[in-house]
Design a protein around this ligand. Structure first.
Ligand code: UDP
Ligand code: MG
Length: 348
């Protein structure tokens, strides 16, 4: 018995040695052929100076230029490089999510592949992370993008996100961030949600801070986004608000609103019935009749939507064996167990 327990232990340790690195750099790449070689050189020199074990995960998000060829060349001559090639363009968030899943590091750093973020900021991010944070987010204090189409909409979006989510950062859109991997791997990434990751991370209890980072104008290649992104961000904001506050209790949102509408409608109709029966007045022409009927119907609709949402929520949690809570540690029999690491093992 003793013997076999020991065996299991050593196997696990060996596995850990083989698999784990200290740092995983995750970079989504979509048509960045001119930027890749410069990015790679810059990253290498910063990372080699850090003296930590690392991997660079380059996720090619369906590029139509030579990006994937270049990534393959890097990976063939450098064991630190992991390349992932998407079948088609799935978007930056999907690419980041794939990178997060692959990542073996205790710390995951994300950045853009277009040289707008500067690898030289990495040591600073790590230093702050080590002061007890789970996420350190970059703040492009001196942003080098066009004002009207990029910087201004982004300021408005940042203000809205800060107000709505209760996670107060100056710059949610900055890709340069450092995450503790147990937090990063817990987040859901759908749609264009990467800018909301800090907010979503708060829902799993992460400690978040930000530091100013450098930002450079894009020199090679084109930006992949236009002004339409602002609208998508605002729509996503509704979803994030919902996910943050009502994910486990959707009936409260839909049902709450539904109940208010229903009651206003109901009493309007009661009032009309009273007028008709006791005062003998004609009510067929009264706008209040339409108003009341509509409110009662929408109220019922919203309440049923809430109930359907409750059912879906249950499927969501049970199908993925998610729990509406996250355990950090358990102590029993006088033995303290860290549950966070276990979660990661299950995830991979
Ligand atoms: N990107 C991606 N898939 C996409 C769009 C962008 O992987 O569909 C990558 C892109 O190659 C870059 C990063 O995401 O590394 C940020 O994109 P971009 O520089 O165009 O965004 P901006 O800096 O203009 O906000
Ligand atoms: Mg960019």
């Amino acid at each position: 018995m003793e013997e076999s327990l020991k065996k299991v232990d050593t196997v696990e340790v060996n596995q850990k040695d083989k698999n784990n690195v200290e740092l995983s750099i995750v970079i989504p790449i979509y048509n960045e052929e001119e930027n890749l070689p410069i990015l790679y050189e810059k990253l290498k020199s910063v990372l080699d100076n850090l003296g930590k074990s690392y991997e660079i995960i380059l996720v090619d998000d369906g590029s139509t230029d030579r990006s994937w060829e270049i990534i393959k060349e890097f990976a063939e001559k450098d064991k630190h490089v992991v390349g992932v090639n998407f079948r088609k363009n799935f978007g930056q968030t999907a690419a980041m999510s794939a990178g997060f899943q692959m990542a073996r590091g205790d710390v995951i750093i994300t950045m853009d592949g277009d040289l707008q973020n500067d690898p030289e900021d990495i040591p600073k991010l790590l230093e702050v992370l080590n002061n007890g944070y789970d996420i350190v987010s970059g703040w492009r204090k001196d942003r080098k993008d066009t004002f009207l189409t990029r910087t201004l909409p982004s300021r408005i979006a940042n203000w809205l996100i800060s107000r709505t989510t209760g996670v107060h950062l100056h710059d949610y859109g900055c890709s340069l961030k450092a995450y503790r991997s147990e937090v990063a791997k817990r987040l859901d990434y759908y749609g264009e949600m990467h800018r909301f990751l800090p907010a979503l991370a708060k829902s799993v209890g992460a400690k978040i801070t930000e530091i100013p980072v450098k930002h450079h104008p894009r020199i090679y290649g084109k930006s992949k986004y236009g002004i339409s992104r602002t609208f998508k961000v605002i729509l996503d904001l509704f979803l994030v608000k919902f996910l943050l506050d009502y994910r486990t209790k959707p009936l409260r949102v839909f049902g709450g609103l539904g109940l208010i509408l229903f009651l206003i409608g109901f009493f309007s109709l009661i009032y009309l019935v009273f007028i008709k029966l006791f005062l003998g007045e004609d009510i067929g022409q009264r706008p209040l009749l339409i108003f009341g009927t509509l409110l009662v119907l929408s109220g019922i609709q919203l309440i049923s939507t809430g109930i359907v949402a409750e059912l879906i929520t249950r499927t969501y949690y049970e199908a993925q064996e998610k729990r509406p809570y996250i355990i950090k540690e358990i102590i029993s029999d006088g033995k303290l167990e860290n549950k966070e690491k276990e979660y990661i093992k299950n995830f991979q």
